[in-house]
Design a protein around this ligand. Structure first.
Ligand code: TRP
Length: 449
């Protein structure tokens, strides 16, 4: 029997905020942020990132949520209702984007699961960089696909249980644990000798380190880290009840996402500095540099388990949100049951994900426009698809359906306060001018890279 998604709802405001924060906080915050901050001059990257999060970023979060709540269905339905028939394709593109992102995101999610398993068996750490490099190499070129399967299975299993019993329950249970553990790890890391150097590196701002490149990178990172431009928040917005005040909920999501990224920076950087390693080590930072540090810490094997657990939770809750876009679409537009929708996605994602996974091993010489399949998908999604989606949302909500959106943004039960006219016009301004400008600028930067 088909169950229309519009009947599904978050049971509490907190549950919704934690699920949306779970989506935002992912590999972006923990895996990408520390090494991007490292490579882009520390504070010169972090300050623009904070600024963009609380301007165009949060405004787009509000827009996606409002679009979703007024659409009461999938991303396609939301676009149809707000933008008319002419914008249905934008909704379809959002579904495609989240699907493609998930196909390669799940590959890295699989690595996180693999490292968590190794940490649990006490085998993640080693003093020898060559051993660590070899182990990472072996994982990405060999067992990759088995771990992809396991990770996707965990994601799909949660999705089968539905919005409230699956996604909301898991997020409400895991996200607070995630934050507690990350605070503990950051405190531990800050107690290591030499952590002052790191704090200075992350937070001491000087104009001389600011480059246009760092600013534009920070913009791109903001959009990815807030899960924008792929229909995720539109889909989650459809499950929000009418008593919730959207602008403040969006603000909470942005604050939590930012907090998680900064915490991840505080966990990783002091350790990296304390052991004299390079903060801009690239994607290998978390999988090659950190295990070396774990081997030298007292209680390192426990720290490793906690760290990879957090990384795994972050990846899992984000992947679940990406999957929900396609599941809601199949339920709403194609009248699939939830179970059938999840199963179909699982099969398709496993096939597509395996292609990305193989591009690290046997297929690494198969290049598309000079990039491996994995890199190519990431490039197309973050630079083209997310950009077009972001622009479409800003246009539809900010211009085409603004009166309706204003009503949606200010709808909430009286005990939850009111949204003032001033707030609404600030959101409108951000959405019409600031957001499109910033989305285009970060896309342009991505194309140059
Ligand atoms: N925000 C997540 C991260 O930082 C990833 C993610 C989830 C995402 N949903 C998204 C990125 C939608 C872009 C679009 O890891």
């Amino acid at each position: 029997m088909s169950v229309p998604t519009s009947s599904a709802q978050w049971s509490t405001r907190l549950g919704f905020i934690l699920a949306a924060a779970g989506s935002a906080i992912g590999l972006g915050a923990i895996w990408k942020f520390p090494y991007w901050a490292g490579a882009n001059g520390g504070a010169a990257f972090i300050l623009p990132y904070i600024l963009f999060t609380f301007t165009a970023g949060v405004v787009l979060v509000m827009a996606e949520l409002a679009l979703g709540r007024s659409g009461r269905g999938s991303a396609v339905e939301a676009m149809r209702r707000a933008g008319g028939r002419g914008f249905v394709w934008c909704g379809g593109m959002a579904v495609l984007t989240s699907f493609l992102i998930l196909s390669y995101y799940a590959v890295v999610g699989g690595w996180c699961a693999a490292y968590l398993a190794e940490a649990l068996m006490g085998e993640a750490a080693s003093q020898d960089p060559e051993v660590l490099k070899m182990r990472f190499g072996e994982l990405v070129s060999g067992r990759n696909i088995a771990w992809l399967f396991a990770f996707l299975a965990a994601v799909c299993l949660t999705a089968v249980f539905g919005v409230h019993r699956g996604i909301e329950r898991l997020s409400t249970c895991l996200m607070p644990i995630f934050f507690l553990l990350m605070v503990g790890l950051a405190a531990y890391s800050l107690l290591l000798p030499g952590s002052e150097a790191e704090l200075a590196y992350l937070f001491q701002f000087s104009w001389s380190t600011v480059t246009p490149q760092a600013i534009l990178n920070a913009m791109g990172f903001t959009f990815f880290s807030l899960s924008l431009g792929a229909g995720v928040l539109v889909t989650y917005g459809a499950y929000v009840n009418k008593s919730t005040r959207l602008p403040s909920a969006a603000m909470w999501v942005a604050i939590l996402a930012l907090q998680a990224a900064i915490l991840a920076g505080l966990v990783i950087m002091p350790a990296v500095f304390a052991y004299g390693l390079e903060p801009d080590a690239g994607p290998g930072l978390v999988f090659i540099t950190l295990p070396m540090i774990f081997a030298q810490l007292s209680g390192g094997s426990i720290v490793a388990v906690i760290f990879y657990f957090c990384l795994f939770v972050a990846a899992l809750t984000s992947a679940i949100s990406l999957l929900e876009v396609a599941v809601a679409f199949l339920q709403n537009e194609c009248r699939f049951s939830r179970r059938a929708a999840v199963f179909l996605c699982f099969a398709a994602l496993f096939i597509l994900g395996s292609v990305s996974a193989l591009s690290f091993g046997p297929w690494n010489d198969c290049l598309i426009f000079g990039r491996s399949i994995f890199d190519f998908l990431d490039y197309v999604c973050t630079n083209f698809l997310m950009t077009i989606n972001g622009l479409a949302v800003a246009f539809v909500v900010g211009w085409k359906a603004w009166p309706k959106a204003m009503k949606e943004l200010s709808t909430c039960s009286p005990e939850n306060g009111v949204v003032t006219k001033g707030t609404l016009s600030a959101i409108g301004f951000g959405l019409r001018w600031l957001a499109p400008l910033m989305v285009l600028a970060s896309c342009w930067q991505g194309l140059e890279a």
